[in-house]
Structure formats: structure tokens, C-alpha cells
Design a protein around this ligand. Sequence first.
Ligand SMILES: Cc1cc2nc3c(=O)[nH]c(=O)nc-3n(C[C@H](O)[C@H](O)[C@H](O)COP(=O)(O)O)c2cc1C
Length: 208
Amino acid sequence: MPNEIGLLEAIYTQRQITRYRPDPVPREAIEQIIDAAIRAPSGGNTQPWHFIAITDPELIEKIGSLYRDLWLGSLGATPAPGESPVYGAARYLAQHMPEVPAMILICADHSRGHAPHTPGQPIERGRYASSVWLAIQNLFLAARALGLGTRITTTHIRGEEQIKQWLGIPDHLETVCLTPLGYPRGSFGETVRTPAPQVTSFNHYGAP
Ligand SMILES: Cc1cc2nc3c(=O)[nH]c(=O)nc-3n(C[C@H](O)[C@H](O)[C@H](O)COP(=O)(O)O)c2cc1C
């Protein structure tokens, strides 16, 4: 396995990537990161997830354009005065989503959980989210280890019915997260966060 960096280095430098090189992502790399994703724990070991790797440029263009239009439609094509830089990065990604080299659509499979979905009934969104998000973080860290960038996006959910139709996804799957996948332009870099001591207590709340 071409994993050349340690786990902590991967965690500390797992920036959410907005700019991708056009180079294709090897299929074995996609298979490897999904194989890492499915190692996550899940409630009752039900493993209620499904991963759809999207590598067909026509599908990427269609889904990426839908994502772009939904994102720009709700948050705007130009920055609002005083906008946080986070939105600038997300807007850049939205504008370039149709050109990313690959995507992974991570789904919750409601036929695999504790309360299997009844055909014809609506799914209970979020029911298996805690298990699926652990798999998503595994997937992101494995991608980082292989030098591949990812970024959590959820804006596609407002276009979910269309995406499910394009990809032939059955009713019992809920789309949770759509990530672009590719080699980043530039470097990963250390993530910037509120320092841990400011969000940590020992024994009693507020005690250092
Ligand atoms: C639940 C969730 C939803 C997110 N949705 C989006 C999104 O729709 N579009 C986007 O570009 N980034 C999205 N992000 C990425 C965040 O903006 C990003 O994690 C944050 O800015 C930290 O980035 P950094 O790790 O590079 O510092 C989302 C992150 C989370 C955890």
C-alpha cells in the first residue's frame, strides 16, 4: 500500500481541498479508499453505507453543473460584503465542480440498518448518519494518505431526486455527502482550528 505518511500527519494536514488537478484518479486508489471507509464502526455492525464512485466525465459534468447551480442559486455567484473566506473557497469549488476528475457519492443504505426500510415508505433521513459519517472520515483520511484531496459537500441534497435518477439509485438509499476526489493543486497544509485547550475540560466543565 503506497501509504507513506503517518496517521497523525494525515489528520493534521487533511485540508478540505477546493482546487484539483485534472489528472485522472486510478481505480485502484478509489477501491483502496473505499476499502478503508468500510473499516469504520457502525451501530450493531450493520454497515449501512454504499459508495458510488463517479468517474464518467459526462456524469461528472451533469452532477457538477447541478451542484454548481444549486450552490450559486442559494449562496450567490459573487461574494457578499464581509463574507467569510470559507464561502469563497466553497464558491470556487462550486464553479469548478463540473470539471473535477472524480466524485464519490456516499449514501446511507436504509435496507441495511436496524429498522429496514419498507418499500414505498419515505426514508427517515439521518437515521444512520452517525455510522455513515465515521466511514466518510475514514475515506477522507485514506484519500489524504494517498495524496488525494476531498471536500465534504451536502448542497447536492436539494437535487437528490435528479441525481438518484441519473445514477439509478433505489429509494432505500439516502445520499449523505458528495465529495470531489482528485490530486490537489498546491499542497495540503495544516488545518487551522480553535486550540484544543479552549474546547477541553478535565473532570469538571471549564476546569483546565
Ligand atoms: C457537514 C459539512 C457540510 C459541508 N458542506 C460543504 C459544502 O456544501 N460545500 C463546501 O465547499 N464545503 C462544505 N464543507 C466543508 C467545510 O467548509 C470545511 O470542512 C471547513 O471550512 C474546514 O475546512 P479546512 O479543513 O480546509 O480547514 C462541509 C463540511 C461539513 C462538516
